[in-house]
Design a protein around this ligand. Structure first.
Ligand SMILES: [Zn+2]
Length: 216
C-alpha cells in the first residue's frame, strides 16, 4: 500500500491511497465520521436568559460551537473513573455572561482549560437587545459522531480512480485499488490527528471483536 499527500492546507487534506481495498477505505471513512472523539458542549446550566431565544435553542447553538480538542488530557465520560458524573478528567466548564445591546460571540465563552476553547471565536451565539442578558455555565465533554453529529470531526469522502461506467472497468480499478480521499476537519482536531484517531478506533474495535470471539 502507498499513501501520497496530494494537497494539504490547514484543515483540508487530499490523500491518494494505492493498493487498498474498498472495505478498508470505507471502514476508515466511517471511523472518522462516527468513532473519532471530539469535544463539544453537552450540558448547559442557564442562570439568566432574558434574550428572545429560548433556553433550548441557546443550548443547542452552544452545542454546535467548534471546540479545540485535546485528546491526551481527557477521557470519554463513559470510560472515566468518575463514572460519567463529571470531573476534571472528562468535563470542561465554560462560563458565559453578557449584557446587551449587541451580539454575543463564541470568543466570550470563558473556559477553565485554555486548551479547550472555541476554534472560531466570531461564531455568533445570540443577539441581545438593550437590557437583555444571559448568564450560563456550559459543560463540554468528549463524544462521538454516532451519538450526535456535533461530535463529528469533519467531512470525508473518497473516489475510486480510473474506473469507467461499466462494471468490468470498475472491477479492474478496484483491483488496482487507487483512491483519492478528501478530508476536511471542522477544526476540533488536525487532519492528521483525525486519521490517527480513526485508525486507533478501528483497531480497538477489532481487538474487542477478537476478545469476544475467544469467549464465544
Ligand atoms: Zn470524569
Amino acid at each position: 500500500m502507498k499513501i501520497e499527500k496530494k494537497y494539504a492546507k490547514k484543515d483540508k487534506w487530499i490523500l491518494r491511497f494505492t493498493g487498498i481495498s474498498p472495505a478498508i477505505i470505507n471502514g476508515l471513512r466511517r471511523a472518522i465520521i462516527a468513532e473519532t472523539p471530539t469535544m463539544a458542549i453537552d450540558e448547559v446550566e442557564i442562570i439568566k436568559n432574558s434574550s428572545a431565544m429560548y433556553d433550548e435553542i441557546l443550548a443547542h447553538r452552544l452545542g454546535l460551537i467548534v471546540l479545540r480538542t485535546d485528546l491526551d488530557s481527557y477521557v470519554e465520560p463513559e470510560k472515566c473513573t468518575c463514572g460519567g458524573v463529571g470531573c476534571a478528567k472528562c468535563t470542561v466548564e465554560l462560563t458565559l455572561k453578557a449584557v446587551g445591546p449587541g451580539y454575543v460571540y463564541a470568543s466570550q465563552l470563558q473556559s477553565k482549560d485554555p486548551k479547550i476553547k472555541p476554534v472560531y471565536g466570531d461564531t455568533p451565539i445570540v443577539y441581545l437587545e438593550e437590557g437583555q442578558e444571559i448568564e450560563l455555565i456550559a459543560y463540554a465533554r468528549l463524544g462521538r459522531g454516532k451519538q450526535h453529529a456535533k461530535w463529528s470531526p469533519g467531512h470525508v469522502w473518497y473516489k475510486l480512480l480510473g474506473a469507467g461506467e461499466d462494471l468490468e472497468s470498475i472491477r479492474k480499478a478496484e483491483q488496482k485499488g487507487e483512491y483519492e480521499v478528501y478530508l476536511e476537519s471542522w477544526g476540533q482536531l488536525k487532519p492528521k490527528e483525525i486519521l490517527e484517531q480513526a485508525v486507533i478506533q478501528l483497531l480497538d474495535g477489532l481487538k474487542e471483536f477478537k476478545s469476544m470471539l475467544k469467549t464465544a
